[in-house]
Design a protein around this ligand. Structure first.
Ligand code: GLA
Length: 398
């Protein structure tokens, strides 16, 4: 695009149009170390995970960011620079980032707006500029910025997040800024203004189907879905609600908490995260995935719903007991419809065109079954297993 292309005529004058979005134009996709590795994260594991991401086709399906979560730090030296834990990162962060980039992947790194991270490592509060420059010099492409050991009030959070947002922008490097204050201060209202591209809506997701409330003891998949459902108006290209990582394939392993979910429940998380236009950050062991896990994470038709460039977050359009109907408008005029069964037993779920705001015939495709279901006039239905979801793409007949 030339400079001139970005000028639009408005009322006879030529004014600058909104600049193109440099990062997170669609929801970021990748892998994060926290659920699996916790404080045992190290460079060998990260490189092995990057290799597995490539070898199993996840990179080519869109999973680009390898995010190094908390406890990579060794400390802060006398000149004020953060450094990694030497035994676990003997070659340093730049060398590790080079390895990850050499695999055509991108690098994410965790830091915290307070004085210490949630795991107790040095925080970046008051060191924003020096840390942002350091991250950029290492080649970091994504910063997850947590909020432990930081003042509880919203103005302080806005100030601290803006300080890092500005410091990252000042490096000139395109860096996704991922805000993680768990939705406590309604970040959907201010995080984009602080430079954020994604913001957590809720407390940490653990490897379980459902929990009673949004609580820092850990949330289930349905809990974070419900916390994020009302926030569709705040999402769009460059700004996404984040209901936390995918637990798909974790199987109770690692240290996220939770005993694990069934393959069907994991598929439902993938379905709903795609309808929510949520970041798709896997957290299972990419070196040892079952066929079901791989199929769930790499279903390109489902991922296309998440990555659709219109950037609309889907909404719940109808609910009756355990049966829910969700809809996400797509760039080409299609609608992705989710039929979610929260109950334990199979149920038939029917979506009427009236509840979807549609009229006229639609071509229907089942995106999990990769099957065309033909032309339909006014409603579709599916028999959906317990804790299951179907995703149908309804395309106008040309
Ligand atoms: C917080 C975040 C988690 C993880 C840990 C690391 O709990 O919400 O996602 O980053 O900190 O300590």
């Amino acid at each position: 695009m030339t400079g001139d292309d970005r000028l639009v005529a408005r009322g006879g004058r030529r004014v600058a149009a909104t600049p193109p979005i440099r990062v997170a134009a669609t929801p970021p996709m990748g892998w994060n170390s926290w659920n699996l590795c916790g404080g045992a994260v190290d460079e060998d594991t990260l490189i092995a995970m990057a290799d597995a991401c490539v070898a199993h086709g996840l990179r080519d399906a869109g999973y680009t960011y390898i995010v190094i979560d908390d406890l990579w730090q060794g400390g802060r030296d006398r000149s004020g620079h953060l450094y990694p834990d030497a035994p676990r990162f003997p070659h340093g962060m730049k060398a590790l980032a080079d390895e990850i980039h050499a695999r055509d992947l991108k690098v994410g790194l965790y830091a915290d707006a307070g004085v210490r991270t949630c795991g107790g490592a040095p925080g970046s509060g008051g060191h924003e500029a020096v840390d942002a420059r350091m991250f950029a010099s290492w080649g970091v492409d994504f910063v997850k910025y947590d909020y432990c050991h930081a003042p509880a009030d919203r103005p302080s959070a806005i100030r601290l997040y803006s300080a890092m947002g500005e410091a990252l922008a000042a490096t000139g490097r395109p860096i996704v800024f991922s805000i993680c204050e768990w939705g406590r201060r309604q970040p959907w209202l201010w995080a984009a203004g602080a430079g954020g591209h994604t913001w957590r809506t809720s407390y940490d997701l653990i490897d379980t189907w459902d929990t009673p409330t949004d609580s820092n003891a850990g949330n289930g998949i349905m809990t974070n879905l419900d916390a994020t459902a009302p926030l569709a108006a705040y999402a769009g290209p460059g700004r996404w609600n984040d209901p936390d990582m995918l637990v798909v394939g974790l199987g109770g392993a690692g240290q996220s908490g939770g005993r694990g979910c069934t393959d069907g429940e994991y598929r439902t998380q993938m379905s709903m995260w795609c309808l929510l236009a949520a970041p798709l950050i896997a957290s299972c062991d990419l070196r040892h995935m079952t066929e079901a896990t791989l199929e769930t994470l790499t279903n390109r038709e489902i991922i296309a719903v998440n990555q659709d460039t219109l950037g609309r977050q889907g909404t719940r359009v109808a609910r009756e007991g355990d049966r829910e109907i969700w809809a996400k408008p797509l760039r080409d005029g299609s609608v992705a419809v989710g039929l979610l069964n929260r109950g334990a037993w199979a149920a038939r779920i029917t979506a009427e065109w009236t509840s979807l705001g549609l009229s006229g015939p639609r071509q229907v495709r089942d995106l999990w079954k990769h099957a065309d279901l033909g032309v339909v006039e006014r409603s579709v239905h599916a028999d959906v297993g317990g804790h299951g979801a179907a995703i149908l793409r309804l395309t106008p007949c040309s």
